[in-house]
Design a protein around this ligand. Structure first.
Ligand code: EPZ
Length: 423
């Protein structure tokens, strides 16, 4: 398996350009199933999850061509195989996002249950419940969700828990339902808003995206889209934390500064000086050691759970003690055990981690367990003395485009090691 070698101790200083958002491009690729007209996406990040989604759509029969400059052409007119198989779904849970569009356009879908993952059980019961409220008949058979609906009908859907992809699945299905759908307790993430904007260019009528109540007027059919993916706010936040931890500075281009208020506020609490523009963010730590901060994750506009591991890494070398509470997923502290191998002082108590900053971490071999945990381990390696080797970095390739190249541009000593033949 591929590994990453980091030699710590370098202060980051430079500029970096942010790629398109993973958690926006995935639902948009699935939204192409809602129309038989050609669709075109710009600013598509080169990520494993995008490749997996292209493979999934192609298996269904879609025609997909890579355009110029990060563009993708998708034509789902030929789609006839209405199935998302286990071998693909188990590598990418977001495959569940084909369920709503397939049901809405074709009236049926067979989607493998995603199964658990490293950070939690991550059930999809609210996706199923919402689609049933739109009139779908859903069974679970032999590990597959089997759904049918002659014609979805608009309904009022109250989500018991705020769910990002649950909101997106129902919103996409509702675009072709007969009548009006109101989603209460909807997710407000910027990626949900960007998906709604993309659906509107297809002719969908959607109001309230970005608030907790989204109203969709169903249509008989939708046009194609020609849309550009918004910048990845989690990639942006990851580079800002990397600069802050190393006492350095970074100018982030094509950064969605308006969707990172909670993260920017926390970084200012660590002592970082931050300026923001319409599509850029400049952070300067002026050589200072960060102050420890307290973080509680929450649905947007609260502090994003996808930035939790990165702030744990920052707290391991900060001045003072920081408390991190993870309220979204039940098992999202696996990076803590790995950081302890570097000498971090982290005490875990249920969904709470108490981190007391140490003068210095010491490099060691580590194991990545999930996408954002891997990012946290890379950041810890940037400040650890000596060498840190992170194994199973396929996790990181799912959500970060060329992360070591971008960090090298900022002055990090980081490179990818060839996979070691299994002993
Ligand atoms: C999305 O996952 C993101 N993925 C995740 O990013 C992100 O961490 C998460 O939202 C929270 O912000 C994509 O957008 C592709 P949820 P999602 O449904 O939609 C529970 C990353 O690193 N729940 O909002 O799967 C669930 O167990 C990834 O980029 C149910 O109980 O998350 C969790 O506790 C990781 N039943 C909570 O809701 C359901 O039917 C929030 O999960 C659905 C969710």
């Amino acid at each position: 398996m591929a590994r990453i070698l980091v030699k710590g101790g370098h202060r980051l200083d430079g500029e970096v350009r942010i790629s398109g958002a993973k958690n926006a491009v995935l639902p948009m690729l699935m939204a192409s199933l809602l129309t038989d007209k050609p669709c075109f996406l710009h600013n598509v990040p080169h990520l494993k999850d995008v490749t997996t989604t292209i493979e999934l759509l192609a298996q269904m029969g879609a025609e997909i061509a890579l355009g110029d400059r990060l563009g993708i052409h998708i034509n789902t007119r030929p789609v006839s195989h209405l199935k998302a198989p286990y071998d693909l779904v188990k590598t990418m849970r977001a495959s569940i996002l084909v369920l709503g569009p397939l049901l809405a356009r074709f009236g049926e879908a067979r989607v493998s249950l995603p199964g658990g993952c490293a950070i939690g059980a991550r059930p999809v019961n609210l996706h199923i419940k919402g689609l049933e409220q739109l009139g779908a008949e859903v069974d679970v058979d032999n590990g597959y969700i089997v759904a049918r609906a002659r014609q979805l009908k608009g309904a009022r859907v109250v989500m018991d828990t705020v769910t990002v992809t649950g909101t997106e699945n129902i919103m996409m299905a509702a675009c072709l339902a007969r009548g009006t759908t109101v989603i209460e307790n909807a997710a407000q993430e910027p990626e949900v808003v960007d998906l709604a904007e993309c659906l509107k260019t297809m002719g969908a009528t959607i109001e309230g995206a970005g608030t907790n109540t989204v109203t969709i007027q169903g249509r008989d059919s939708l046009e194609g889209f020609d849309y550009s993916v918004l910048p990845d706010r989690i990639e942006t936040g990851t580079f800002l934390v990397a600069a802050a931890m190393t006492g350095g500075r970074v100018h982030v281009h094509r950064a969605a500064s308006h969707s990172l208020e909670a993260v920017i506020e926390k970084l200012r609490e660590t002592g970082a000086r931050i300026e923001t523009g319409p599509d850029w963010i400049r952070l300067d730590m002026e050589g200072r050691r960060p102050e420890a901060v307290n973080v509680t994750t929450a649905p947007y506009p609260g502090f994003p759970t996808d930035m939790q591991a990165q702030f744990m890494a920052l707290n391991t070398v900060a001045r003072g003690t920081g408390v991190i509470r993870e309220t979204i997923f039940e098992n999202r502290f696996q990076h803590a055990v790995e950081m302890q191998r570097l000498g971090a002082d982290i005490r875990l108590q249920g969904n709470t981690a108490v981190i007391t900053g140490v003068e210095a971490l010491k490099g060691a071999p580590l194991m990545a367990t999930d996408l954002r945990a891997s990012a946290g381990l890379v950041l810890a390696g940037l400040v650890a003395r000596g060498e840190t080797v992170i194994d199973r970095v396929y996790h990181i390739d799912r959500g970060y485009e060329n992360i070591e190249e971008k960090l090298r541009q900022l002055g990090a000593d980081i490179r990818r090691l060839p996979a070691v033949e299994a002993a």
